[in-house]
Design a protein around this ligand. Sequence first.
Ligand code: ADP
Length: 225
Amino acid sequence: MIIVFLGPPGSGKGTYSKRTAELTSLPHISTGDIFREAIHNNTALGKQVQEYLSRGELVPNEITIEILRERISHPDCAKGFILDGYPRTLPQAEALDNLVHVDLVVNLVAHEEVLIAKLSARRICGQCGEIYNLADVHKMIDGLKYDMPSMPPQKDSICDKCGGELVHRKDDQVDVITHRLQISNRQTKPILYFYRSKGIVEDINVNLGLEKTGPSIMRTIKNHI
Ligand code: ADP
């Protein structure tokens, strides 16, 4: 089973794709994590991609596609895998399509007002990258109830996992967020179009909160097995 997760920043794509990986016992593959680890270990790949990540720009397709191809050739991917952060461009989606058959695209959908509230309250561990959220969003918008509970650390500003200090990323500040959402929207559109034409996209509303969204994703996956 090969599942691609799509969704704007703040939709919980990382959280939901990791949970799904645990529940299905499939490997969770995040190109962002692979690049960050390579930078951390100062490998040849790390040196190649450092500049792009520090500028928040996409790593060129040739590099990204090759990294993905190599990763999914490992034996742990034989039964399938879950992709988080790949594809980000149409050529990446097409390259993946030439390598394997994607079974399902989970497209996380969220209300922009809620995304802005969640993103501006996001804190990330400066050491290990774990993400927390301080905003407890429960509100009515256009007659619909949105519940996105907070995920705070146990100790203020300290990472539960590694004890590192939590930071407020520059691109999680309100003025940059709207811009990021626009870019994400623009980037995702052609990819969604590509997968919709294959009839494999399932839209999942994440505004109902962790308790409802998690099971709703699992139900969708079971229906596709
Ligand atoms: P973010 O949501 O902050 O972009 P990611 O972990 O998904 O976090 O990605 C971090 C960075 O890694 C991106 O800004 C980009 O530079 C690079 N990256 C990750 N995945 C891809 C991809 N599929 N194509 C190109 N660049 C990528």
